[in-house]
Design a protein around this ligand. Structure first.
Ligand code: AHG
Ligand code: MN
Ligand code: MN
Length: 342
């Protein structure tokens, strides 16, 4: 059993979100229930990811997703768990997932609600076979359409209109980190209890950054501004101080580390790859929810020229360049891009 020095200090995720709800007398409890549904989905996904090497879910399927990438089987499982646990509750108007080309309507036999749930069911999937951290990212908006089944327009909302954003990280432990606009809070799954317990209240990005995280193998494809910015982070230009490089290749893992330790993550546009003229990461499932979290933790997310949260999406799977984490370092990236990349 888990050792609890003082049981009066235990805060389960349910207790925490109910407390947050009480701060909003107008709240109906629907959002609280959606978060709880996501936490439950996360327990399923976590239980599968930690057994990935033991059961027949390793390897990729024959399919490619709408991004043209290989779909690993665990992506599909995570995707189906998220849909299964959220499609029937009457709390959602529509869903969208990185793994589906089109919006995911709520089945006709179930009632609809006022919220929109978008997710990247498994982020960092290229790491599945190698036991490195992977995650799930989720974003919740209020619907825009007045009634009926939700539509595409309900999903195409800028990050500044997010109601809740969060992620799960399946690492050396499983954590759920979320914000509903009142700070960023982290919960660790106690596997013996099967409960998420508050372990990281009010996360703030440290003032003094420690890490920079990017796929430096692609540096030859970056703009002059981004290359020069990288030199700054290495202490090789313009009086920058040298930071350590850490890169897993799993956005959730890289973001989470930098959120707690202090640092910046970036995935710039790739000038030589015609498929990635504006970057690789998806605005709605990756960049916007994490930018909302960064913002709530005192940090910032930018596409190099503007606040990610202000970008009005025009398509479901829109990609973007992303610079995210420590506010001063992200603003520095914008400065370099402004100066060197016209
Ligand atoms: P996903 O597994 O959902 O497709 O996302 C992968 C993303 C992101 O998690 C990561 O930061 C990035 O791809 C890594 O890309 P590179 O291998 O090009 O560095
Ligand atoms: Mn992803
Ligand atoms: Mn994914």
């Amino acid at each position: 059993m888990t050792e609890v020095a003082d049981p009066t200090r235990i805060i389960t995720i349910e207790r925490h979100i109910l407390d947050e709800q009480r701060a909003h007398p107008e709240a109906t409890g629907t959002l609280t229930s959606i978060l709880y549904d996501i936490a439950l989905a996360a327990k399923f996904i976590a239980s599968r990811t930690t057994r990935a090497g033991l059961v027949d879910i390793l390897g990729s399927t024959e399919d490619t997703n709408v991004q043209g990438e290989r779909v690993m089987r665990l992506d599909r499982i995570a995707d189906q768990v998220m849909i299964r646990l959220n499609d029937h509750t009457g709390r959602l108007a529509v869903m969208a997932s990185e793994e589906h080309e089109h919006i995911i309507p709520i089945p006709k036999k179930y009632p609809v609600g006022k919220y929109v749930l978008m997710f990247d069911p498994l982020d960092g999937s290229s790491n599945i076979d190698y036991n490195a951290s992977i995650g799930t990212i989720f974003a919740i908006f209020r619907r825009k359409s007045a009634s009926g089944r939700g539509k595409l327009e309900d999903c195409l909302q800028p990050g500044k209109d997010l109601v809740v954003a969060g992620y799960l990280i399946y690492g050396s432990s499983t954590m759920l980190v979320y914000t509903s606009g009142a700070g960023v809070h982290g919960f660790t799954l106690d596997t013996q209890l099967g409960e998420f317990l508050l372990s990281h209240p009010n996360i703030r990005i440290p003032q003094k950054p420690k890490y920079y995280s990017c796929n430096q193998g692609y540096q030859a494809n970056w703009s002059v501004g981004v290359a020069r910015y990288t030199q700054y982070l290495q202490g090789l230009a313009d009086g920058g101080s040298s930071l350590s490089l850490r890169y897993i290749g799993s956005l959730v893992g890289d973001f989470h580390r930098n959120l707690l330790a202090g640092g910046v993550y970036y995935y710039p546009a790739d000038n030589r790859d015609p498929a990635l003229p504006t970057g690789k990461l998806r605005l709605l499932y990756e960049a916007a929810p994490l930018a909302f979290i960064a913002h709530q933790a005192g940090g910032y997310g930018s596409d190099g020229r503007q606040d990610i949260l202000n970008i009005e999406p025009i398509s479901l799977h829109q990609r973007t360049a992303l610079f995210i984490g420590h506010r001063g370092l992200v603003e520095k990236a914008e400065e370099y891009i402004r100066t060197y990349d016209q």
